[in-house]
Design a protein around this ligand. Structure first.
Ligand SMILES: C[S@@+](CC[C@H](N)C(=O)[O-])C[C@H]1O[C@@H](n2cnc3c(N)ncnc32)[C@H](O)[C@@H]1O
Length: 731
């Protein structure tokens, strides 16, 4: 009979859909023919429920040669049932198998005797059917023995195993629950499929099936011990110290592209999943680990299953809170993991290692994720399209090194027609002087004022935000970038090369930045220093973190200063930096364009740079790289003077220590500078000096004072009183 085009397509569809279950084309076609006869060519029944009828029929399809043998095996099925159940895992390791949700549904509805009868003559293996029954019966038992509320497995899939590779060439996946030894079993038989893990007809199905078993009473305190099994396609996660819970992952090799699939190690799986969570789900919490997530799943299952209302139990977290961070903060804390490599805090993210120099007690900085490039958190809008870079903002006609050319190119326009860098890769004296004086002589600087509500005022969370207090107009460096014709080693590309010492560049002979994260001797916590001296104007590093909108930052800060965080002390060090340039240029600023960088959870070494009032040795300069739009830019640190080896690197956070309304409560400053602005630090010492100190800070150009002047001035400052009074710290 000639088949119509539609029929051909339908057959193709049926083959494709059932191929996922591991059925061969020949088997599918053979059974299809029979079914089409039975249903008088009506595809509706065959296609229904993702071809469940077809799948059933294939399972029931009799191979005459095998029939006798299978019937014999079937006779043993019932008597062997309990014994085999205990061995399901072993079978599963060898067997190929498949599953089908609707098949399970049907089987659970069929009375046992009837079910047995329907098995007569099947070509599928006993283990396959037995395994599915095992799961079902376990679920049924569990429903009885526990709170009758366990939903797990209802949408899940029945498990089939096959020892007959000829019949099931491409088995789908299998969960092989290892039934616990009676001694540690506590009488619970609660192996079951995790709801909705993967339905075989789900096109995203990757051949991995997850199952858990055992009573997970200890999931919360679990150490998430991982035991990789010695077969290449399976690994398990122990969910308690007593082996009472277990998640099993088994991969069906036939679904891998190629036959040499090897189940990766648990470490690499966790790493990959953590990276994925970071990228895809934007999970922020530095304590986040995939193992903890698995652990949490089990805790959740346990809570749902044993809650008073059969599913309403709250595991301690705010389940309505959409923030991953919040949810993860409530995870059990029992799981230990070494977060920092003392030899390289960057975990290989930078091209040089940055060691942690800790004290004798081996204490390490709190955990965070090291990133070497900014990453958006959620709502921040940054348009990095090449189309936005007009001819006036790039030098497409250049070649080689722009700094070697006799005339500056278009990229020098931002810096007044002169490049900001010398050919040695340092900042030019004049440019650096201008940047430093902008910081040190705030009264002489130009400011812009937000036209609408100032994002900073809005961030303070008051009902009626105050008028914009003004934002300093900053001097930008503009670097060449991808639309430019020069090479990557062009001298006008310094910040974008990162901390990496590039020894092909002359600059690196001058600037041997050897960063170290170290515990400061004072009360500032961890700090950053260089083991080599740095010349004036040398690029140190960029401030890297998550790009947030100011609203997001406000919400984050509110969360951090909330009750829970006070408990965990997480609000102690926060690391936000505002990207507040050009906010006033385009009328009312959209929320998603008022951005900041937060290195609290994800950041680079810059998050360790401590604050120093006024006479700090590095300064932050905005750098335009990928977009001429100054809502987003890079913040790069350059030395303001020559820095000695092992001298702490400090910058002026420009904190207004008097601003009590700021959402981030200012720390008590221990910068040790003679010009410290923190009144709390000096008021108890010698209040009479405050006025002169403020005046001094606002008007005196420190660089222009002679050492004699400076000494005289400094003697008046309260910071020095302790020295005069014998060195006791007064503040
Ligand atoms: C960007 S972090 C610097 C690294 C921090 N010291 C650490 O251990 O992670 C900023 C935090 O460091 C501390 N800090 C920085 N400079 C300080 C200073 N001059 N005095 C006191 N604490 C300081 C404050 O807690 C501040 O919130």
């Amino acid at each position: 009979m000639e088949l119509s085009k539609t029929s051909m397509e339908k057959i193709d569809d049926a083959i494709k859909s059932t191929a996922d279950f591991g059925f061969s084309k020949e088997t599918v076609v053979r059974v299809l023919k029979k079914l089409l006869k039975v249903y008088d060519g009506n595809w509706e029944h065959i296609e229904a429920d993702n071809y469940s009828v077809l799948a059933d029929a294939i399972l029931s399809d009799s191979d005459p040669e095998e029939g006798q043998k299978k019937r014999a095996e079937k006779k043993n099925l019932d008597s062997d049932h309990h014994r085999k159940k205990l061995k399901t895992k072993e079978h599963g390791q060898k067997a190929k198998s498949c599953m089908h949700g609707s098949v399970k549904r049907e089987l659970t509805e069929v009375p046992r005797q009837q079910e047995a009868e329907s098995l007569e003559g099947r070509t599928t293996t006993n283990q396959l059917l037995e395994s599915s029954q095992t799961i079902i019966s376990k679920e049924q038992k569990m429903k009885k023995s526990r709170a009758e509320t366990t939903k797990i497995g209802e949408n899940g899939s029945t498990l089939f195993e096959s020892q007959d590779p000829c019949t099931f060439e491409t088995p789908l996946a299998v969960m092989c629950p290892e039934v616990l030894e009676p001694s540690c079993h506590n009488g619970h038989e609660d192996a079951h499929m995790i709801s909705g893990v993967k339905h075989p007809t789900d096109k995203k199905f990757k051949g991995i099936l997850v199952a858990h078993e055992g009573q997970m009473v200890d999931a919360c305190s679990s150490q998430a011990i991982v035991s990789s099994k010695d077969f290449s396609t399976n690994f398990e996660v122990e969910l308690s110290n007593y082996g009472k819970g277990k998640l099993s992952f088994l991969f069906n090799p036939s679904l891998a592209n190629g036959s040499d699939f090897q189940m990766p190690g648990i470490e690499s799986i966790c790493k990959a999943m953590e990276d994925k969570c970071l990228r895809t789900y934007k999970i922020l919490e530095p304590n986040f680990s995939f193992m903890k997530l698995l652990d949490d799943i089990c805790q959740c299952i346990l809570d749902l299953g044993s809650g008073p209302n059969g599913g309403s139990a709250d595991s301690g977290g705010n389940q309505n809170n959409p923030s991953n961070m919040q949810a993860i903060q409530h995870l059990p804390t029992g799981i230990k993991r070494q977060y920092h490599d003392v030899n390289d805090i960057t975990r290989g993210e930078e091209c040089l290692s940055i060691p942690i120099v800790s004290g004798e007690d081996g204490v390490l900085p709190p955990p965070f994720y090291y990133i070497s490039q900014n990453t958006t958190f959620q709502a921040a809008y940054i348009n990095l399209s090449l189309a936005r870079i007009g001819d006036e903002n790039c030098c497409s006609g250049c070649f080689g090194d722009c700094l070697a050319e006799p005339l500056p190119c278009a990229c020098a326009r931002e810096t007044g027609g002169e490049f900001a860098y010398t050919r040695d890769g340092l900042l030019k004296e004049g440019f650096l002087d201008a940047c430093v004086s902008m910081l040190r002589e705030p009264l002489e600087q130009s400011y812009f004022y937000c036209k609408g509500v100032c994002p900073i005022e809005q961030m303070k969370g008051v009902n009626k935000p105050e008028a914009c207090k003004g934002h300093r107009i900053k001097k930008f460096i503009k670097e060449c970038w991808r639309k430019c014709g020069c090479t990557r080693n062009c001298g006008n590309r310094v910040v974008q090369r990162g901390i990496t010492p590039d020894y092909t560049l002359y600059v690196c002979l001058l600037n041997l930045f050897r960063p170290q994260v170290f515990l400061t001797p004072g009360k500032k916590g961890w700090g950053l220093r260089s083991a080599e001296n740095l010349p004036r104007g040398a690029f140190v590093c960029e401030y890297v973190g998550e790009i947030l909108t100011n609203t997001e930052l406000y919400e984050r800060n509110t969360e951090l200063s909330g009750k829970n965080n006070q408990k965990t002390g997480k609000a102690k060090h926060t690391y936000p930096v505002l990207l507040d340039s050009d906010w006033g240029t385009e009328g009312v600023l959209k929320d998603e364009e008022a951005l900041c960088l937060d290195g609290t959870f994800y950041g680079n070494v810059a998050r360790f740079i401590n604050h120093r009032c006024f006479d700090c040795n590095i300064t932050a300069i905005p750098v335009e790289i990928e977009t001429p739009d100054h809502h987003y830019y890079h913040l790069a640190f350059f030395t303001t003077r020559e820095v000695e080896p092992f001298e702490e690197l400090t910058w002026d956070y420009e904190i207004d220590f008097d601003d009590v309304n700021h959402p981030v409560k200012a720390f008590k400053c221990h910068c040790g500078s003679k010009f410290c602005r923190d009144k709390r630090r000096i008021s108890s010492c010698f209040a009479g000096d405050i006025l002169s100190l403020r005046l001094y800070q606002l008007t005196v150009k420190a660089d222009m004072l002679s050492q004699e002047d400076l000494n005289l001035e400094l003697w008046c400052y309260p910071e020095n009183i302790q020295e005069r009074q014998g060195g006791a710290e007064l503040c």
